[in-house]
Design a protein around this ligand. Structure first.
Ligand code: AR6
Length: 191
């Protein structure tokens, strides 16, 4: 599924994000930046030790990466040029600022991509695995935040959500359709 935002596009696809050839892929990291399970583990396994080395150097110079923030490193052996490590919130029921922190994790990633003049970016579904964020609510935050960014000044022309499970893809499809139904000013035109 694709949705046009002016001349830019949001795409939804099912797959393994480590295979993406976009300029950067986004990692659902933790504050330590030292790796973990889920998509984080997959990216470090596929990309090799160069990525972890860069994360360690960043940690030594700037410290840990709090929820809602992101950092950028090389991509080691991956086909993309950069990995953006974004830290989403742990879900505690929704009253602890989770939605704002999740939006901030996406915004920080998009900002880093702009700072590096990137044109294409792939996101996983941040926070909806080990961090327990409910998928429908997370999909709405993710798609809205990306849509809003693509409506402004940006170097990015293509954002792909690479979703691991068919059920997650279905949830994002529903959320993107709902956003598209909000009218020409508030939503993308889905095709
Ligand atoms: N490609 C795309 N999506 C994937 C892949 C992959 N190769 N592998 C898993 N997913 P999670 P979180 C999906 O747990 O909830 C780590 O240990 C997965 O099915 O990776 O933000 C970190 O170090 C789910 O839909 O990230 C942190 O400690 C989505 O990616 C913590 O987990 C996110 O699941 C972060 O938790």
């Amino acid at each position: 599924m694709k949705a046009a935002i002016g001349a830019r596009v949001i795409e939804l696809t099912r797959g393994d994000i480590t295979h993406e050839t976009t300029d950067a892929i986004v990692n659902a990291a933790n504050s330590s930046l030292l790796g973990g399970g889920g998509v984080d583990g997959a990216i470090h396994r596929a990309g090799g030790p160069e990525i972890l080395e860069a994360c360690k150097q960043l940690r030594a110079s700037t410290g840990t990466c709090p929820p809602g923030h992101a950092v950028i490193t090389n991509a080691g052996r991956l086909a993309c040029r950069y990995v953006i490590h974004a830290v989403g919130p742990v879900w505690h029921g929704g009253a602890r600022g989770e939605a704002e922190l999740l939006a901030s994790a996406y915004r920080s990633s998009l900002r880093l991509a702009d700072e590096h003049g990137l044109r294409s970016l792939a996101f996983p579904s941040i926070s909806t695995g080990a961090y327990g964020y409910p998928e429908p609510a997370a999909a709405d935050v993710a798609l809205r935040t990306v849509r809003d960014h693509l409506m402004g000044e940006t170097s990015i022309t293509q954002v792909r959500f690479v979703l691991f499970a068919e059920t997650t893809l279905a949830t994002y499809r529903t959320a993107l359709s709902a956003l598209a139904c909000g009218g020409p000013e508030s939503g993308p035109s889905a095709s």
